[in-house]
Design a protein around this ligand. Structure first.
Ligand code: GLY
Length: 360
């Protein structure tokens, strides 16, 4: 059975979660003659099923193979995609389908956003992180030498198809890393997600839990509510960055060898301690972070670069205001707020709870 979540906005769209969803694709693309399918080589077999669906519905398919992960989010790769669209005579009626994880969604979304000032894009995310985060909410981007995601646009898709069966093919560590964003949605907005995960922590770390579809649906619904109200991150959308301020600094300090979700998990533990130290977050909710995060197999500590390095990295994060640090913290379960410029001793104390190294 499939379930759907509608993302409101100027052009509402559905995120469909279930199995056998490709039958929805032709309708999402109706009116197109040509459809470019952007995917990585590693997903060629899965993408060929998408080609078959499209061809049997009469579309002309243009496969575009791009490099994996961040290597694909380059101006040169976007340029090659645009050259391919140009050579195929892509018009405003034509469309792009992305098949892959968050990097492919970001790149393919940006290619679609900029071609002829915008052609339709449908995302077919193949990772848990892609389903609950990257494919929903319209953030598209490529990197430059100055940093990640510096060029892009808010460009919502016309639909998102999350096929649960594909999660079975994901390495376990990648699935678990994706759960960090699901857990985040639980803490910032929908505690039922946490109740479900806690009902069977071992099963929660796999895509075969009896509640897998429901926690994905609920996490997507949290994101849909937030981006439906604040697509362009004028305020509310910032709450989606729970755990991300420290998480981004860890990822950057580790040259992106840490998975995003793993870094965010440590970042959420840090943020929970910051909330507790600020006197706003109760012990039960703060402690619940560690139980859920450890319980599903996410990391609970970081022992790489020292605090001073992370502190400096956070200060140049594009989401900081000047050198002031901003964190999303919880006042209570599902009540997030922004904490601006926390005291340095609180930051150090919070970090000491997630650091394998001593800080002074
Ligand atoms: N990943 C956070 C956002 O989409 O705003």
């Amino acid at each position: 059975m499939s379930v759907r979540v509608t993302v409101d906005g100027a052009s509402p769209y559905d995120v469909v979660i279930g199995d056998g969803l490709m039958r929805e694709l032709p309708q999402m693309l109706s009116g197109a003659d040509r459809v470019a399918v952007v995917h990585t080589d590693s997903l060629a077999a899965y993408a060929s099923g998408v080609f078959d669906t499209l061809r049997s519905s009469g579309f002309q398919v243009l496969p575009i193979v791009v490099p994996d992960a961040e290597a694909g989010k380059q101006l040169s790769v976007a340029g090659e995609c645009w050259e391919a669209l140009g050579a195929a005579g892509f018009t405003r009626n034509d469309a792009v389908v992305t098949v892959g994880g968050g990097a492919v969604t970001d790149l393919g979304g940006w290619v679609a956003a900029a071609w002829l000032r915008g052609v339709r894009v449908v995302h077919v995310p193949t990772t848990l992180l892609g389903m609950v985060d990257a494919a929903v909410g319209g953030k598209t981007a490529i990197n430059t030498s100055a940093g990640k995601n510096l060029v892009g646009a808010f460009y919502p898709p016309v639909g998102v198809l999350c096929e649960l069966a594909v999660l079975e093919t994901l390495p376990r560590a990648d699935y678990i890393a994706g759960l960090a964003e699901v857990v985040k949605a639980g803490f910032i907005a929908d505690p039922v997600i946490l109740d479900l995960i806690e009902s069977d922590l071992a099963a929660a770390g796999t895509p075969r839990a009896p509640f897998t579809q429901e926690i994905i649906q609920r996490a997507v619904a949290v994101k849909a509510r937030v981006v439906g109200a604040d697509l362009t991150e004028q305020g509310l959308r910032e709450i989606l960055n729970y755990g991300h301020t420290l998480g981004h600094a860890i990822e950057k300090s580790e040259n992106y060898t840490w998975r995003h979700g793993d870094a965010v998990a440590v970042g959420m533990l840090f943020a929970a301690e910051l909330g507790r130290l600020a006197g706003s977050l109760d012990d039960v909710t703060a402690d619940r972070h560690r139980r859920v995060i450890a319980g599903v197999g996410l990391p609970t500590s970081y022992d790489g670069v020292d605090w001073e390095h992370l502190r400096a990295t956070m200060a140049v994060d594009k989401k900081s205001r000047g050198s002031r640090l901003r964190f999303v913290v919880l006042d209570e379960l599902a009540v997030p707020r922004i904490m601006d410029s926390p005291p340095e001793d609180a930051l150090i104390a919070a970090f000491s709870t997630v650091s394998g190294k001593a800080t002074q």
